[in-house]
Design a protein around this ligand. Sequence first.
Ligand code: GFB
Length: 331
Amino acid sequence: MLDVKRGMGDWQAINQRRTMQPTDKIFVAGHRGMVGSAIVRKLEQSGFSNVLTAGREHTDLTDRAAVDALFGDEQPGVVVLAAARVGGIHANNSFPADFIRDNLQIQTNVIDSAWNHGVGKLLFLGSSCIYPRLAEQPIREDSLLTGPLEPTNEWYAIAKIAGIKMCQAYRRQYGFDAICVQPTNVYGSGDNFDLQSSHVVAALIRKFHEAKARGDATVTVWGTGTPRREFIHVDDLADACVFLLNGYSAEEIVNIGTGQEVTIAEFSAIVAHVVGFKGDIVYDADMPDGTPRKLIDSSRLAGLGWSPGIGLEDGLAQAYRWFLENVTDTA
Ligand code: GFB
């Protein structure tokens, strides 16, 4: 680890430009995850050919020395911090220590090492669960830290809030151009389809697909079906991230959503339709609902000139195709 940190004046001398150049070396941390892999695809489609990735076998991002070695050897100019321990409501609720520890370690190592090694821009991916459980809807960015968090994911949320605050503090004290985005619930290619650890979209695609294949009469959906969620396809999220990397530089966090919400019951019916399951849906109210409503206000992003392009049914059809082509351990 470098022991002498640059002062703000030195930093500003280095950081003259704010937009990315086609030749920039862009390190995407977490390139094997759903979000990281979509961002790699989007960058390459957008003409950024110098994308750096590092698998866990090469660089364990929870290991500070390994992270410093990577930055020292590779000297990336831009960093996308998409690496995180993520999971759905059950995983978050069951493994609070793993979620808070791994995320604090990964983001602290990457943000500080990036700054220490002269990275010109960093994008940190947060989550809409950073906002108070009962925040006014749609949830504006300035709702952050105005009320208690949803208990099923407060450990993950606290880690993400710490990451945001670290980016903001480094911008204030050192002039580090770190920006923070808060996506709503994400789905799409490369999702985790494990029923215990997945989010609801992947879980329901698998459940309805397997029920259809087996000829089951019912599918069980967790909770009461009443919570409301907003979903964004990962390719839209990646597009928004590259858009912001290219032109956004400010302390204020930016929500990334679609503005459309559905109840879990409505959503279950849409997934059943997309998959072609014709049976009944039953609810397991012993499983947690989580936050009752989570619709984010994406007007800041809209004001910057970005809007989503993938509707929910089209996005789900794409995600189902990806599942059929890539997930082989189905019942
Ligand atoms: O997607 P999900 O796990 O995340 O659950 P959260 C959303 C809603 O779907 C909850 C219901 O009300 C679940 O009870 N649900 C119904 C199911 N059936 C299922 C199922 O089979 N699997 C799953 N997973 N859910 C997560 C946070 O909260 O949101 C994370 O825990 C993260 O920290 C993520 O922020 C975006 O929206 O409740």
